[in-house]
Design a protein around this ligand. Sequence first.
Ligand SMILES: C[C@H](O)[C@H](C)C(=O)SCCNC(=O)CCNC(=O)[C@H](O)C(C)(C)COP(=O)([O-])OP(=O)([O-])OC[C@H]1O[C@@H](n2cnc3c(N)ncnc32)[C@H](O)[C@@H]1OP(=O)([O-])[O-]
Length: 674
Amino acid sequence: MAQLSYVSGSVGLITLQNPPVNVLSAATRQGIMESMKKALNDPKVKSVVICGQNGVFCAGADIKEFGPNISGPSIVPLIYDIEVANKPVVAAIEGSALGGGLELALTCHYRIAHSKTRLGLPEVTLGLLPGAGGTQLLPRLIGIPASLELITTGRHITAAEALQLGLVDHVTQSDTVDSAVKFALSVEGEPLDSRRISKRPCPHLPDLDAVFEAVMQKARALQYSFFAQRAVGRWSMPSGASWNTSKARPVHRAAVLGLGTMGRGITVALAQAGVSVVAVEIQEKQLNEAREHVYATLERGAQQSGVSPSCANITYSHDIQAVADVDLVIEAVLEDLSLKEKVFQQLSAICKPGTLLCSNTSSLDLNCLASQTKNPELVVGMHFFAPAHVMKLLEVVYGSKSSPEAVATAMQLGKKMGKISVAVGNCRGFVGNRMLKPYIEQSYFLLEEGATPELVDKALEEFGFPMGVFRMSDLSGLDVGWRVRKEDGLAEPVGTSGQITRLRGGRRYSPLGDILCEHGRFGQKTGLGWYQYGRPGGRVAKSDPWVFNLLEEYRARLGLTARPIDQQEVLERCLYSLINEGLCILEEGFASSPEDIDVIYVFGYGWPKHRGGPMFYASMVGLATVLERLDHYYRSNPDVPSLKPCKLLRQLVASGSPPVHKWKEITKKIQNRL
Ligand SMILES: C[C@H](O)[C@H](C)C(=O)SCCNC(=O)CCNC(=O)[C@H](O)C(C)(C)COP(=O)([O-])OP(=O)([O-])OC[C@H]1O[C@@H](n2cnc3c(N)ncnc32)[C@H](O)[C@@H]1OP(=O)([O-])[O-]
């Protein structure tokens, strides 16, 4: 499970051979030990290179071996013997170097990594800590803060980040083993003491407590998120109805109406959950494309999970009558209120009594849809997030007439589909999208005042979002928001009046997004948005001089003077306005707990899990600080109501800023007064 060969005359090449990912099983450890001994005792060998077969270095200890009776040589003395070797040992790292695999590389004297390698110490995701020296070697190599972050999050890093941290000595784009052999030849005979990491003193960190506190804060956030994710299942409605007083109905057959992107994803998710699906699409071409797309997606999913595809669960039809005998319908037609109202009228007439009628709408008023039916108590929203068969979050939206049984049924179906279902009220945008509005609004205002999309996105991505607001908007499509703003009468085409106005109904408004759309810049789908992507459908965002020129002309035309804006201001204005909106939602009773809001943002909007969620983060920053900063920004932007601190925030601060799990009492008091 490890083989020694001789290359370039004096290099002993040890190849780990335990497909597919060269885990350190007993036989592999035995093979490494024997090969290393042979190489070190062979006078012809002047240096050693360790690599992995199949383009993977090593995925760590063999998890299948975990248990009381691990056989074979222990891993710790094995890798220690490498470090004390009197010939240079070079790790040729490609594919993955994870856990014990990275620890093996750390005991080598040098590390050469291919540019596509992923490295990390993921033990914490297995409930372990690195057990082969990683906790001692890593801090001595890259320092305590970076080591703590890698060990406590278990995240994988790229070769580029590893090089930047000093974790590897060289990154290659060519053949990794060749590069490592050449490197080994170049260091033969060099002194090795300075290359033995365990010999280095552990770095002294003056603010070690603060660093550990930051780690503890992440741990607290992850633990909070763990429990919040479970708390949302104990939902309640303003009427007092709740999860333990409402009985869900069984759903054996469900229909999906409208097989666009969302309808297809919902069909896949239902089929994968073992629910029999009637997939209905009136346009023949769209129906056929959907059938192929769903089949291919199920096939791919089956290959990954090893479960047989569930296509037998799905029947397709272009006739809405096909939904007559299902238990529940999920409508996913175009986001157009009048069209949806017509559909709900038809469904109410066609479906058997007791059928639940659900809409996948992302922000339209559920009460309008319910009012088109004979049984408005059977209407709820099931707001999925694209791609619907992947994203974990499901907002279950109750209208004013939705029955607790209908909510319980939708919540249970969501859970059966592998979703994290959160019950929310029927305000505009529900919870997630409603909070997104001030977040995006502030990002536009920051551009007007001097920021660039790159600066804003960098601040948000360093905070932990997978994508900053502008890259995210380019991904989801700028035309989506543009359509809503036009329907709301906000997006006036600049061409007509020639004037650019920045007030709508007495409130500050930025038409920057509208201007991009008027130029056909919808984001990735058109290849141009806040960034350029090379071609329609391109994924790699590159700065676009056109955007910088637009911002300069725009500011000049409006007499705006750009000022320096730092990352802290970006975070405060984007995140605190979002947090404030979330507190308004709590105050108005459209979410029943701060945990609901945090779970929605972590699982639906990319909020970094190690920061707990907007509400938890606000409590960590300090509610008094959030209040003070919002007051500050509102004073200088009185025409931006989303910066005005809400009553609940003031009440919480006045009550001594209690921890998140104690907010409910105060929220109830305010709601009762509403
Ligand atoms: C001492 C030390 O301090 C401590 C104590 C430790 O080291 S603890 C261990 C720490 N290491 C890990 O946590 C790494 C876990 N693995 C991965 O993250 C991924 O595998 C991968 C490396 C990124 C490749 O992903 P992939 O998508 O290309 O392939 P795959 O489908 O995932 O995996 C391909 C096949 O390899 C199996 N496999 C992968 N890693 C394994 C491991 N560490 N042990 C046993 N089997 C493993 C996996 O089950 C699958 O097998 P089968 O199902 O086909 O029979």
